[in-house]
Design a protein around this ligand. Structure first.
Ligand code: PLP
Length: 381
């Protein structure tokens, strides 16, 4: 789906789900198109412009147009999950191509890269998230086809300077793709900073209600790489259901108010916990003490997101006991929904995890901040 140019603000486009009314009843909310196939004219042409729903579905139109518009992109595509969206980018490369990916990144994607993409023929090299020097050195020596960025990155919320990485990519002729799930298009717009592709686990903030698994990609340019990615979705078949696309559009209508509310909550919680005697670290991009805070100031606007991690001075047992005592926070994996979630990452990731055993990840929601702070302080007591 190609983006439409609009002079309206992102908040307006999102609140109105792109603002189209549907003929013939002038519906304010788009209908859901469940047909898998579309009739040909007697001449064999497709007067409705659609052929078969694995390639494309009209229920994607407004959803993809809104994602593209929020990212300032030329076009966007929705996928069956964030993983499917990310995989499509890597599958668009050729065996033998080099990929630079961050050492700290979403665990399941890192695992897929090492266990599937590497044996399939991509040369995967990991760089240190927070170090532009390490990225530059590896980019110059390896000449990768793709530099993958996640910022802020799971589970330590390290920042990567997208503009600096994009300049390096340009020098070595690489594409830059950014997993911008944690930043959301409200806080960071990677394409404006030089990235070619933006990826979202739309399961998280874009949908925002923990009731849809979905992914999205947005592109700066409708070029050869993007055409290949579109072909991979349609032929590989990792397509989103029409109802899920509709729910995602509904979720995005409140994206800006949700992100503003949870950024305010997260900042207040991080500042409150910062000096807590039971904690050795509060990892949150909005704290001046956070590694990469200066990059966050440069490339995030309006807040620093809802994701943070805390590390307990007394180690793993204290971390799991803290998680067990929380009452308002829900013990669950995932992030980006209205309710606050907590997770002991090392036990979720299992053997081979890079996550410190004393680390607890918090996804801050939009509840009253006093309830969240009281819950955290009670559980730390
Ligand atoms: C959840 C997540 C993914 C994977 O997305 P799914 O929708 O679960 O497939 C990728 N990256 C980040 C940062 C995530 O949080």
């Amino acid at each position: 789906m190609s983006a439409e140019k609009s002079k309206l603000h992102a908040e307006t486009l999102a609140a109105q789900g792109m603002g189209r009314v549907a003929e013939p009843h002038r519906d304010i909310v788009p209908p859901i198109h469940v047909a898998t196939t579309y009739e040909r004219g007697a001449d064999g042409a497709y007067p409705g412009g659609r052929i078969y729903s694995r390639a494309d579905n009209p229920s994607y139109d407004a959803t993809e147009a809104l994602v593209a518009s929020l990212e300032g992109a030329a076009a966007a595509l929705v996928f069956a999950s964030g993983q499917a969206a990310a995989a499509a980018v890597f599958q668009a490369l050729a065996p033998g191509d080099g990929v630079l990916a961050p050492r700290n990144m979403y665990w399941a994607l890192r695992k897929w890269l090492l266990q599937f993409a590497a044996p399939w023929g991509l040369a995967i090299e990991l760089y240190e998230n927070g170090s532009v020097d390490d990225l530059a050195e590896k980019a110059r020596s390896r000449r990768p086809r793709l530099i993958w960025i996640e910022t802020p990155a799971n589970p330590t919320w390290d920042l990567t300077d997208i503009a600096a990485a994009s300049a390096i990519a340009k020098e070595v002729g690489a594409f830059v793709a950014v997993d911008s799930t944690a930043a959301t298009p409200v806080l960071t717009r990677p394409i404006e900073l030089g990235a070619h592709i933006v990826m979202h686990s739309a399961t998280k903030y874009l949908n925002g209600h923990a009731d849809v698994i979905a992914g999205a990609l947005a592109t700066a340019k409708d070029g050869e790489l993007w055409q290949r990615i579109g072909y991979i979705r349609g032929s590989g078949g990792a397509v989103l259901g029409p109802f899920e696309s509709w729910l995602l559009l509904r979720g995005m209508r409140t994206l800006h108010v949700r992100v503003a509310a949870l950024c305010a909550n997260a900042q207040a919680i991080a500042e409150r916990l910062q000096k807590h005697p039971k904690l050795s670290h509060v990892l949150y991009p909005g704290l001046r003490t956070h590694r990469g805070h200066d990059i966050a100031v440069k490339q995030m606007r309006g807040g620093y997101g809802g994701m943070m991690s805390v590390r307990l001075r007394d180690g793993e047992k204290a971390a799991t006991a803290f998680v067990a005592r929380l009452r308002v926070f829900k013990r669950a994996t995932s992030l980006g929904s209205t309710e606050s979630l907590v997770e002991h990452r090392a036990s979720v990731e299992g053997p081979g995890t890079l996550c410190p055993a004393d680390l607890v990840r918090l996804s801050i929601g939009i509840e009253h901040v006093d309830d969240l702070i009281a819950d955290l302080e009670h559980a730390l007591r």
